[in-house]
Design a binder for this molecule. Structure first.
Ligand SMILES: *[C@@H]1O[C@H](CO)[C@@H](O)[C@H](O)[C@H]1NC(C)=O
Length: 385
């Protein structure tokens, strides 16, 4: 009897053995992995470092994204439905041992980045834009969101970007970002041409200025997510040396901090002019604004061909995990070694209680529509900088 029971338990365990996917180094042609719970494509799967363990029975999709196919000769497949079955994977009625090395066609055909304009007001008269990409779901398309941008069409600037950092994500390698195509889902504007690419470059990407990412591409687990971060909706002008060194060190610190807590963080990132007399304020960048006519040709937008984009001298992040959070920020102004709008909790960077930071900066920026989930009362436990 005991022996039978033991056997039953052993079989029970054997039948529900987990599956492992080794994502390895990031590859530019890698597909994207999405959960598929009850035929509801709900969210992307999040590796733990370079791999991921799934419990038996988990259903997911391996997808090349709309318009792209797997790199399987003579087959026209965009999406594979997979389930984890006892330490192996079922694709259709075929059992395969591993799904680690699936690849999509040429990265040039990577799915376009989709921008959805919403009617949610944010920042200083901006609107929320959802940035992501499409995957096929039966006969329709599901929008998979990567980040949200609070963007102002009038000033053509980004107030802040809302994104996530997924606890233990830590994939090495980098995909090819030479192709950054994007489409607004209302079909009117192609954002990579929205601002004439050359002039964005000359405005931001001279020796002095970079098109600085707000949500860094390295925060994301898959090549396709990372591609979606290369959009104007996620950019602000940033001094090249500041972007390349100081700010990127802060970004790595934030990833380490989130990893330390081991949970998904909601992150808001932005920049604004703190000192209107600063050296950077005198270097505001003109930028040519171009639109597309129905024939797809680039045309100047009537009346506002040249815009001036402010170069922020204060860049900030709010990092929230559950009901704890911290505001962490840096000045691109070497003359500022102190600030007095919130109590500093850090050494190398400036860090403050989130609510204190928000009410402190209101005095500088005027009233600003912060999203409700930016506010948290308690301070996040910090690690050494
Ligand atoms: C911005 O930061 C960079 C890098 O630290 C520095 O070289 C540059 O002088 C800063 N700009 C200003 C206006 O302080």
């Amino acid at each position: 009897m005991i022996r039978q029971l033991f056997l039953a338990i052993a079989i029970g365990f054997a039948c529900s053995e987990a599956c492992t996917i080794n994502f390895g180094q990031m590859r530019k042609n890698e597909p994207i992995f999405l959960y598929n719970t009850n035929n509801n494509i709900n969210s992307f799967m999040i590796p733990n470092g370079n791999s991921m363990t799934l419990s038996s029975g988990t259903q997911f999709l391996i997808d090349c994204g709309q318009g792209r196919k797997f790199n399987i000769p003579n087959q026209n497949i965009q999406q594979l439905q997979v389930s984890c079955e006892n330490n192996a994977f079922m694709i259709g009625n075929q059992l395969v041992q591993s799904v680690d090395n699936f690849e999509c066609m040429d990265a040039r055909n990577s799915p376009v980045v989709r921008i959805q304009k919403t009617q949610s007001i944010c920042g200083d008269d901006g609107l929320i834009y959802n940035v992501g990409f499409h995957v096929q779901n039966g006969n329709s398309q599901n929008f998979i969101q990567v980040l949200q941008s609070c963007f102002d069409e009038q000033s053509k600037s980004v107030f802040y970007v809302k994104s996530n950092i997924f606890g233990q994500v830590d994939r090495s390698g980098s995909p090819d970002f030479s192709i950054n195509n994007g489409v607004w889902t209302d079909g009117k504007v192609v954002p990579s041409n929205f601002f004439e690419v050359k002039s964005v470059k000359s405005a931001f990407s001279t020796k002095q200025f970079h098109r600085g990412h707000y949500a860094p591409n390295a925060d994301y687990p898959f090549a396709q997510h990372r591609r979606a971060t290369f959009q104007y909706f996620n950019m602000g002008p940033m001094e090249a040396r500041f972007n390349g060194k100081d700010w990127s060190q802060l970004e790595s610190y934030v990833r380490k901090l989130v990893k330390h807590h081991g949970q998904t963080a909601t992150v808001f990132t932005g920049g604004f002019v703190y000192n209107s007399q600063s050296a950077l304020a005198s270097k505001n960048r003109p930028i040519n604004i171009l639109n597309q006519n129905p024939q797809g040709n680039k045309v100047m937008m009537p009346g506002n061909q040249v815009k001036t984009i402010l170069v922020p001298d204060l860049f900030w992040k709010i990092i929230n995990i559950g009901n704890q959070g911290v505001a962490i920020f840096m000045f691109n102004d070497t003359t500022i070694t102190q600030q007095n709008f919130c109590q500093n909790l850090c050494q190398k960077y400036f860090c403050c209680n989130v609510n204190e930071f928000i009410s402190g900066t209101d005095g500088i920026k005027g009233n600003f529509n912060w999203p409700h989930d930016a506010y948290v009362g308690q301070n996040l436990g910090m690690i050494p900088e």
